[in-house]
Unconditional design. Sequence first.
Length: 86
Amino acid sequence: MNPASKTETFVAGKLLIDNWRWAGVPFYLRTGKRLAKRTTEIMIEFRRAPHMVFREREVEPNRLILNIQPTKGISVSFGQSGPARK
């Protein structure tokens, strides 16, 4: 790989582990060079509830985000609602 290269590169992949403990749990890996910012984070997106109380609103899934770099931290989002569905 040429370190002087200015070609943008981006790769995204979805991995599944074939055993009973991790069945149906996707792992998403994304990486690239020469991106706008350098960041490392782990995002855990929980499954949606089987029953939606507020059906007129699109609700984002609950997420736990662990920031590794450039700054360490943890953020949590619970049922963040988006725009109303039509």
